[in-house]
Design a protein around this ligand. Structure first.
Ligand code: IMP
Length: 424
């Protein structure tokens, strides 16, 4: 089996870690391909609760090599802290490999994001304030610093001096902040360099050689399709490309290596931060979804906005990612609703849209057109086979599959592995 891609079909937090967990046994490499420490999932390891933001969840499995590929922006301080946290609970982080081509999040990225979000006022994006946008901005502007720069001290100092000169002008003159000093940053980053050195590798070569030796590779997307810089609800997006196509560019492998593109979709929808969300339920329904689903951000602790399943964005995600199958997560959260709603199309300016509208303003004005299905009272957490689900829950799953046009292979009803039900 060659490479598989796991990707969220909504605005993130679909439960992608669960899919990785189910697939891990058959994998040799798990690769994180975009984003940075804006992502996050909570893992329970050796009885300890750990929050991982950057290290791929594959690190939990001793037989796997975990890889951070070129397209990820790395805050080295966070990476080292996560590795220390793992080591402290007995998980060996030595099999982690990081591409030297990864751009680094620098202290001025964090500072600039803080002030620009404040400057945007009511137009703020509600970012995670981890410096993601400014780091990708510098990458595109070709003034970014990469992990490999740490291993040539002269070059590192030179690049840092040049970029900091400009950043300090912006910080002091535009935003009235204090300037940052080259020496302090240099000291910190060169210390990080020594610890990172054993992990830095030519990850594209590693994955290529692995694939050609018959190894299996799982490419793990962070965030989700609707937060994609190009394919999402711009400008209310993240600054990278979670879509499946980018997994290849980042990992440095060709499209012919991939035979499975798994979309992870939650049985309802959540969103953190600002931006359009047609099926958002601002009433009691949304509250209940948030409560039952424990919908609080792993990275910022913010309450997630909650709403009903949106088949329009599912069809869109299926199309732009070329999904071959779906994992449906958190179906158990929907127990207790008398009726469950599914958005089948949008209405905006008197027109009906079966697909994501072609203009941002239309998307902002889109009203969901709902189909209502019968709900179910039974808790689902004890189901161990698809056939154990009440008839109404099975009908709901079958309807989502029909509307999305992609086969659902697994339905999950809780965080444990045995709560994943194969759909025949
Ligand atoms: P940034 O990625 O920090 O720049 O934030 C941009 C937008 O993406 C904000 O609306 C964030 O809330 C959202 N975002 C970033 N990462 C995640 C994630 O892992 N889950 C859900 N939303 C995210």
């Amino acid at each position: 089996m060659p490479a598989s891609i796991v990707i969220g079909t909504q605005w993130g937090d679909e439960g992608k870690g669960k899919a990785t967990d189910l697939l891990a046994d058959h994998m040799d490499f798990v690769v994180r391909y975009q984003g940075g420490n804006n992502a996050g999932h909570t893992i329970i390891a050796e009885g300890h609760e750990l929050k991982l933001h950057l290290v791929p969840s594959g690190i939990l499995y001793p037989h796997l090599t975990s890889v951070i590929a070129d397209g990820v922006v790395v805050d080295p301080r966070v990476l080292l802290e996560e590795m220390d946290g793992l080591a402290a609970v007995g998980i060996d982080p030595s099999r982690l490999r990081v591409s030297g081509n990864c751009h680094m999040i620098m202290p001025y990225h964090l500072e600039i994001e803080r002030v620009t979000e404040r400057f945007l006022g009511k137009n703020a994006l509600g970012t995670t304030k981890r410096g993601i946008g400014p780091a990708y901005g510098d990458k595109a502007a070709r003034i970014g610093l990469r992990i490999q720069d740490l291993f040539d001290e002269k070059i590192f100092r030179e690049k840092l001096e040049v970029v900091l000169k400009e950043k300090n002008q912006v910080l002091t003159r535009v935003y009235g902040r204090l300037p940052l000093t080259v020496d302090l940053i240099e000291d910190d980053y060169l210390r990080y360099a020594e610890r990172l050195r054993p992990h830095v590798a030519d990850t594209a070569r590693l994955l290529h050689d692995g694939l050609h030796a018959g190894k299996n590779v799982l490419l793990e997307g962070a965030q989700g399709t609707m937060l994609d810089l190009d394919k999402g609800t711009y400008p209310f997006v993240t600054s990278s490309n979670p879509v499946a196509g980018y997994a290849l560019a980042s990992a440095g492998i060709g499209p012919r290596e991939v035979d499975r593109v798994i979309g992870v979709t939650k049985a309802y929808v959540t969103r953190v931060g600002a931006g359009p969300f047609p099926t958002e339920d601002l009433g009691a329904g949304g509250e209940l979804l948030g409560e039952r689903g424990h919908e609080f951000g792993t990275t910022t602790g913010r309450k997630r906005r909650c709403g009903w399943f949106d088949a329009v964005i599912l069809r869109y995600a299926a199309r732009v990612n070329g999904l071959t199958e779906l994992f449906l997560t958190k179906l158990d959260v929907l127990s207790g609703f008398e009726r469950v709603r599914v958005c089948t199309s949008y209405r905006a300016d008197g027109e009906v849209f079966e697909d994501v509208p072609p203009h941002q303003s239309l998307f902002h004005r889109a009203e969901p057109v709902y189909e209502e299905l019968e709900g179910w009272d039974e808790e689902l957490v004890d189901a161990r086979a698809f056939g154990d689900l009440p008839a109404a829950a099975r009908t709901y799953v079958e309807r989502l599959q029909e509307l999305g046009g992609v086969p659902i292979s697994v339905v999950s009803v809780g965080p444990a592995r045995e709560q994943s039900l194969a759909v025949a």
